[in-house]
Design a protein around this ligand. Structure first.
Ligand code: BTN
Length: 285
């Protein structure tokens, strides 16, 4: 009797590291590109390297097909699966005058690269301060989370290295039925572009991300504030802010030129700047 057919292994991912390297050089001279099959967390790896570096802070794009200890904001875990998600970090020295709004500028660069010319209202939206969502009128919260950004910095000598970690869901369905309940629903980029692969998503975002970081260093967040507004998931929505002092319930009113979230509550406009803040869409009524 024939042995039962084994399921075919998925084809190996082709990352085109050389083309990425070439495309990145004009924007980040000396940037290296590394792709690994597995590591704990691409952010952790780049931070560790920087802590042990003397003065060499060359930019590095590190991609992992699989992370065994992926990290999200506020100490949360970040789950991903090879081929079904894109996980990478870009580390580079950066010296902006103000850091406020960096995660918003990064999110905007990713969204614009992945959905460059939306025919109508953009479907890729940004949820302050570090989430990418897919707008979906059928979802209770107006959308579902599609990706996240984790920005960390480390001082090396007199310079500061920033590590921008990006996790994007590619597959349209969540990794596994036994995945713990996802707080914000789940969406993947294949809902927008069914044939998109993780390497193709990386090829689309790598250079725009590097350009956005260099622009942020020169000009800050203010020049891209208007473009952020077009993708602001929270604008005009009732929100509950926790983690930055007493919980605050109010209405989101956009962001200011330094990337602070404005929340109208009790006749006042509150500016939320804390990196510890967590914002939920509050039920209306
Ligand atoms: C969040 O939504 O809380 C941020 C998620 C960031 C995940 C990315 S995946 C690549 C990089 N490495 C990590 O461990 N985290 C970031």
């Amino acid at each position: 009797m024939d042995a039962p057919a084994r399921p075919l292994a998925p084809p190996p991912l082709r990352w085109g590291a050389e083309s990425l390297w070439e495309a990145l050089q004009p924007v980040l001279p000396g940037c290296s590109v590394e792709v690994v099959a597995e590591c704990d967390s691409t952010n952790t790896r780049l931070l560790e390297r920087a802590r042990h570096a003397d003065a060499d802070l060359s930019p590095c794009l590190l991609v992992a097909e699989q992370q065994t200890a992926g990290r999200g904001r506020l100490g949360r875990a970040w789950l991903s699966a090879p081929g079904r998600s894109l996980t990478f970090s870009l580390g580079l020295p950066l010296a902006p005058e103000h850091w406020g709004g960096l995660s918003l500028a990064v999110g905007l660069a990713l969204a614009e690269a992945l959905e460059p010319r939306p025919a109508a209202a953009p479907r890729l939206a940004l949820k302050w301060p570090n989430d990418l969502w897919l707008r979906d009128s059928a979802a209770a919260a107006g959308g579902r989370k599609l990706g996240g950004i984790l920005i960390e910095t480390v001082a090396v000598g007199r310079q500061r290295l920033v590590v921008v970690g990006v996790g994007l869901n590619i597959a349209a369905t969540p990794p596994a039925a036994d995945t713990p309940a996802l707080n914000h629903g789940y969406a993947g980029l294949q809902a927008l572009q069914p044939a998109l692969s993780a390497p193709a998503a990386l090829a689309a975002v790598a250079v725009p991300l590097a350009q956005a970081l260099k622009r942020f260093e020169r000009e800050g967040f203010a020049p891209v504030q208007a473009a952020f507004v077009r993708r602001d998931l929270l604008a005009g929505q009732p929100v509950l802010v926790t983690g930055s002092g007493a919980p605050l319930e109010g209405q989101a009113d956009g962001v200011d030129g330094l990337g602070a979230l404005r929340v109208l509550a009790g006749g006042q406009c509150h500016r939320i700047v804390s990196g510890e803040a967590s914002v939920r869409l509050a039920p209306r009524g």
